[in-house]
Ligand binder design. Structure first.
Ligand code: AMP
Ligand code: TRP
Length: 336
């Protein structure tokens, strides 16, 4: 039996934080043995907001190295860079022409990012989810493991695929496979350290709001020491305690303890006792990833070979899908 396909990606913008790790990459690592996996560094998405050309290439290496450092195994998974496979841009164009504008205007992430950009919003930012749909549909992905914030984009991807199948395909031979989002409950939405009601985000201007995967133990100590808490003694999971929920949740994930175990351990604690425990658990979880990352980054030629092989594998799958779509849309092909 052939394995089902997984595809996902992260943008090479800034540093990855523990929300990216716990919401996405950690799940990729756990899933990979049972699927045929493609993980891309989505560098075309990275320029939908103003970017720095001087750091884009280096940031792309960083993300690819972090995939490996977090445990992506090349025996099971392919790692590649989105812009290296031109089929992504090409399919995005074809999908643009079947996607109603008002589907994109409804996207929450677009509205949030557009507000932050003021007058500077590019067409690319609006079109971002169509490119994401192209990423997914090119690989006939069955499952797309992402954090909670990507749910709406996955729904859009499915609707675009259904629309294309309906318009240009037939029921027996659909053009696209309809993908499913894979959103794990635990870790799907890690909150900001400065405000438990806001998502931890790369774009938050405050460094204190997030823990990055590459933060030093001292950074981590400082950030947890300064993070927002509440004045209630005794720690528990409760709807009206967003900071407490988030921090206990992180502690549970990093120590591998269940909610019940964390509740039992922490119910009589104050923050002064809990924060050092969370700090140590976080450092212990991130240290091996950081060590592996440093090792990989000293060997750029190895990383280049991984990305070159990834590009070839990705291209061989993507080109077949692109051809299928172009044929269905009626494009001329010249016979040899
Ligand atoms: P991005 O940083 O936007 O490229 O996101 C990469 C992946 O991380 C996506 O699957 C997101 O859903 C996930 N992600 C981003 N922020 C968080 C967060 N605060 N909690 C959980 N997952 C997140
Ligand atoms: N939009 C995703 C994010 O910001 C990144 C992404 C781009 C992606 N293409 C994808 C995720 C395809 C999953 C599948 O998190």
């Amino acid at each position: 039996m052939t394995k089902k396909r997984v595809l996902s990606g992260v943008q090479p913008t800034g540093n990855l934080h523990i929300g990216n790790y716990l919401g996405a990459i950690r799940n990729w690592v756990e899933l990979q043995y049972n699927y045929d996996n493609f993980f891309c560094v989505v560098d075309l998405h990275a320029i939908t907001v103003p970017h720095n050309p001087a750091t884009l290439a280096q940031d792309t290496y960083t993300i690819a190295a972090l995939y490996l450092a977090c445990g992506i195994d090349l025996n099971y998974s392919t790692i590649f860079v989105q812009s290296h496979v031109s089929a992504h841009s090409e399919l995005a164009w074809l999908l643009n022409c079947v996607t109603p504008l008002n589907w994109l205007e409804r996207m929450i992430q677009f509205k949030e990012k557009a507000i932050k950009q003021g007058d500077n919003v590019s067409v690319g930012l609006l079109d971002y989810p169509v490119l994401m749909a192209a990423d997914i549909l090119l690989y006939d992905a069955d499952q797309v493991p992402v954090g909670e914030d990507q749910k709406q984009h996955l729904e859009l991807t499915r609707n675009i695929a259904i629309a294309v199948n309906h318009k240009y395909g037939n029921e027996k031979n659909p053009i696209f496979k309809i993908p499913e989002p894979l959103i794990r409950k635990e870790g799907a939405r890690i909150m900001s350290l400065s405000d438990g009601s806001k998502k931890m985000s790369k774009s938050d201007p405050s460094e204190l709001s997030r823990i990055n995967l590459l933060d030093t133990p001292d950074d981590i100590r400082k950030k947890i020491k300064k993070c927002k808490t509440d004045p209630i003694m005794g720690l528990n999971f409760a709807d009206d305690r967003p900071e407490c929920n988030n921090l206990l949740g992180l502690y549970g994930i990093f120590t591998g303890k269940s909610q019940e175990e964390v509740t039992t351990e922490c119910s009589d604690m104050g923050w002064g006792k809990f924060k050092p425990l969370l700090t140590e658990a976080t450092i212990t979880a991130l240290t091996p990833i950081q060590a592996k990352y440093q090792e990989i980054m000293t060997e750029k030629s190895y990383l280049d070979s991984v990305l070159k092989e990834g590009k070839e594998k990705a291209e061989s799958v993507a080109s077949i899908t692109l051809k299928r779509v172009k044929d269905a849309l009626g494009y001329l092909t010249i016979k040899n």
